[in-house]
Design a protein around this ligand. Structure first.
Ligand code: CMC
Length: 392
């Protein structure tokens, strides 16, 4: 009982205090621990950003070397987990597989599930950051019937992920440095984004004291939806559906029609009412990758035509709907050879560090309570039970 605020979608509710990520949606600013996202994407690397998100500061050389060593030491998964994969259908969506096996990590790493022990929390963080790429690549390999590729600790985080995804035992896999750099950027750009749906899910799950592996599995489930991480996959599907440039106008019209539920995927954001700073970097990276790989993709021309029309259209201008990060990431990933079903999986690999940093912050917060929203009850008030033989 007592007063509460009715706020569906939590558009005006601050659920926690946090020192990790700052967003000014009107200005199009995103800072991690005070550092601008475009500068991090340009000058840093993913593991450094992981350290920054977890610890609050960029690492010095010794700290960076130690962190890299710790993460690479945890990249393998328990051999028994291979059997877990074999229980899935080969045509299962890799997000379904990832959600299942990540939750299953709780069953394998009992020694890092005590949330009251800071050392166990740290080990769980390292395990999750290190193992998610391995689990993600395994989901892909399983879906195409290729053998699992073990991680290689002499490679960078991004290179190792490309290796586990695209290498086959029969021949040497040469990592293209432009692709590795682009992968690293994609990981940095998706690493954290304050209290979005999946992060709030992780915090809410964790607020009951659930173990971190279970909480991250909950985050993956929330990320899967097309209004959130599933948008990059939905963008590619939509571009395929539009098919050719001359049909762009028709689909823009559909998106503006209030009687039609269709939305332009990859446009709009709950917080950014300006150009998403991540989208700017992603757009530049997109052109770099396509040029390097010599990809001439008609879908890209189509995407650019769509971008131009939407940016000039009164409907989109009025509502401040700009292309978001998912609009471009899908195109890059397609050019790199990832199937669309892996796009959201990649997002999950990158976001794991954000989730775990936010979870760790929550556990250490003295104001932390179990998350327990209230409701505005609109159902029946008290009524008398009707026996079965008297019901119409
Ligand atoms: N196409 C057409 N109209 C749109 C779109 C769109 N993509 N997005 C918003 N609108 C309209 C919406 O109909 C509403 O119009 P009106 O005021 O006339 O009723 C207005 O813009 C405001 O939209 P909203 O639904 O109140 O905004 P929201 O903050 O609840 O939704 C969103 C944000 C991202 C869910 C939404 O923009 C959307 O569905 N976009 C497409 C999916 C997408 O690209 N999602 C990725 C988000 S970024 C990455 C991530 O978070 O994972």
């Amino acid at each position: 009982t007592g007063m509460f605020t009715y706020d569906p979608g939590f558009t005006s509710t601050g659920s926690c205090d946090s020192e990790i990520t700052y967003i000014d949606g009107d200005e199009g600013i995103l800072l991690h621990r005070g550092y601008a996202i475009d500068e991090l994407a340009e000058k840093s690397n993913f593991l450094e950003v992981c350290y920054l998100l977890l610890h609050g500061e960029l690492p010095n050389a010794a700290q960076e070397a130690e962190f890299e060593h710790t993460i690479t030491r945890h990249t393998m998964v328990h051999e028994q987990i291979h059997h877990f994969y074999r229980g899935f259908r080969r045509d299962a969506h890799p997000m379904a597989v990832l959600c299942g096996v990540t939750g299953a990590l709780s069953a394998f790493y009992h020694d890092s599930t005590d949330v009251h022990d800071p050392r166990q929390r740290e080990v769980a963080s390292h395990r999750l950051i290190a193992k998610l790429p391995t689990l993600a690549a395994m989901a892909y390999k399983y879906s195409i019937g290729q053998p699992f590729i073990y991680p290689r600790n002499d490679l960078s985080f991004a290179e190792n992920f490309l290796h586990m995804t695209f290498a086959v035992p029969a021949e040497e896999y040469k990592i293209n440095p432009v692709m590795a750099r682009a992968m690293d950027r994609i990981l940095i750009l998706h690493a954290d984004h304050e209290q979005n749906a999946s992060t709030s899910t992780v915090r809410l799950a964790g607020s009951s004291g659930a173990n971190p592996f279970a909480c991250i599995a909950a985050g993956i489930a929330s990320l899967w939806g097309p209004a959130h991480g599933g948008a990059n996959e939905a963008v590619l599907k939509m571009l395929g559906e539009i098919g050719s440039k001359d049909r762009v106008g028709e689909f823009v019209k559909k998106a503006k029609d209030k009687d039609d539920p269709f939305r332009l995927m990859g446009f709009g954001h709950r917080v950014y009412k300006n150009y998403d700073p991540r989208a700017k970097v992603m757009r530049a990276t997109c052109y770099e990758v396509l040029e390097e790989l010599g990809v001439k993709d008609p879908l890209l021309d189509l995407a650019m035509a769509l971008e131009k029309i939407a940016l000039e259209d009164e409907y989109f201008v009025e509502r401040k709907l700009y292309p978001n990060v998912d609009f471009y990431s899908g195109i890059i990933l397609k050019a790199m050879g990832f199937p669309t079903s892996m796009f959201t999986v990649l997002f999950a690999v990158a976001r794991t560090v954000g989730w775990i940093a936010q979870w760790t912050e929550m556990i250490g917060d003295p104001h932390q309570k179990i998350g327990r929203p209230r409701q505005l009850f609109t159902g029946h008030t008290s009524r008398e039970f009707v026996p079965l033989n008297e019901r119409g």
